[in-house]
Ligand binder design. Structure first.
Ligand code: GRF
Length: 195
């Protein structure tokens, strides 16, 4: 398999980006991260990337709190293209990706979500699972389409919920599974697409 060039979009701490990077460095994932973009100036993901010498930039979405405006999506797509990105990985990115970004990377944008989709889409899925009294939840990696946490699934893994779980303890266990699953899913998908 040729060397994959990844672009990562995130809004938070970037622990999934770190897991992808660790998988690359340990030889489990044959890829490089060409660019990390974040809409959150305070997200640790940008600093984390820079600490590893990875180009990292802010996508300025202000004044919008949640909207990912069309012209900003176009700019984002252009940056990713210029960096030579084959596959875009959303890793805790809190805005909905639509056109023109989707069209610029058809079936080439992946997302990781902390539940067994289609159960519990949207924010804080681990809290939703506890509130629903579910006995298990999990992690899904899927191809992004224009919906929220919809799109063809690549892989899922379940995580049992203990009656004593707090949202924090459950989220921590989910994240351990995420960090293992995302690099594996990227490899599986890249092989499927012969990237
Ligand atoms: C993860 O739980 C991911 O599933 C969700 O947002 C969180 C991002 O965490 N979409 P991190 O920034 O990778 O640590």
């Amino acid at each position: 398999m040729a060397m994959l060039t990844l672009g990562i979009l995130g809004s938070g701490s970037g622990s999934n980006m770190q897991a992808i990077l660790d998988a690359i460095q340990s030889g489990k994932l044959h890829a490089r991260i060409a660019l990390v973009l974040s809409d959150n100036p305070d997200g640790y993901i940008l600093e984390r990337a820079k600490n590893h010498g990875i180009p990292a930039e802010l996508i300025d979405c202000s004044p919008h709190k949640t909207k990912f405006a069309e012209e900003i999506q176009k700019e984002t797509a252009d940056k990713l293209k210029r960096a030579g990105v084959d596959l875009v990985c959303l890793a805790g990115f809190m805005r909905l990706v639509k056109n023109p970004l989707l069209d610029a990377f058809p079936a080439r944008i992946l997302n990781i979500h902390p539940s067994l989709l289609p159960a519990f889409p949207g924010i804080e899925a681990w809290k939703q699972a506890i509130a629903a009294g579910a006995s298990e939840t999990g992690v899904t990696v899927h191809v992004v389409d224009s919906g929220m946490d919809t799109g063809p699934m690549i892989v899922q893994k379940s995580v049992p919920i203990d009656p004593s779980d707090t949202p924090q303890s459950l989220h921590e266990r989910i994240q351990i599974v995420e960090h293992q699953l995302y690099p594996e899913a990227i490899t599986t998908y890249a092989q499927r697409l012969e990237l």
